[in-house]
Design a protein. Structure first.
Length: 195
């Protein structure tokens, strides 16, 4: 989204102790209209292992030092490689932060990997990495996660929600393939349905 790269660069410069950051995301259709807003909260590896990656990777930025330290995406995962990566980063003691700012828009196409059967089986495979006690108490951890999500305000959004994204140029006013359109939404939800 506009201003994200400058904001992230400034944040990393002024917070040298933070290694990886996440923000909030807008889920949109191909025409740019809003499907839902997704607000994250502090990433915690036990929550991710027992549920899912609730901070969207499209809002993830991290320092080059992580790669230089040998942390890379496991290419054995097709659908949950981002969750695996974040869990490994957090378990190694790197510091993560969630920023209460929309950093990215993610286009929901109906063919996204997160709704694929493979994602479900890979998530189950990822769960096997969790310590035994964590696996047995995963419902408790999910309950705690939902409470934290509520306290952090992830279920609420002040309206109107205004954003701008590039969308296909259907007006043929210019020869450009994409144009930036501005949207103002008066009703929005954190819930979404795949269309």
């Amino acid at each position: 989204l506009p201003g994200t790269l400058d904001y992230v660069s400034h944040y990393f410069k002024t917070h040298p102790q933070i290694d990886i950051i996440f923000g909030d995301a807008l889920l949109i259709r191909r025409d740019g209209t809003l499907v839902a807003y997704r607000k994250g909260y502090t990433p915690r590896w036990p929550y991710i292992l027992t549920s899912h990656l609730y901070v969207l990777s499209c809002t993830m930025f991290f320092r080059r030092a992580l790669i230089e330290d040998g942390l890379q995406f496991d290419t054995g995962y097709r659908a949950v490689g981002d969750a695996d990566f974040v869990v490994r980063v957090l378990r190694k003691g790197y510091h993560a932060q969630h920023l209460k700012r929309y950093l990215s828009a993610f286009t929901m196409t109906g063919q996204n990997l997160s709704i694929d059967q493979r994602a479900i089986s890979e998530q189950q495979q990822l769960l096997t990495q969790a310590p035994f006690l964590l696996r047995k108490t995963r419902l408790l951890f999910n309950g705690i996660r939902w409470i934290e999500k509520f306290i952090c305000g992830a279920y609420f959004q002040k309206m109107p929600l205004i954003y701008s994204v590039y969308v296909p140029n259907t007006q043929n006013i210019k020869s450009e393939e994409f144009i930036r359109n501005k949207f103002s939404v008066n009703r929005a939800s954190f819930r979404w349905r795949f269309e």
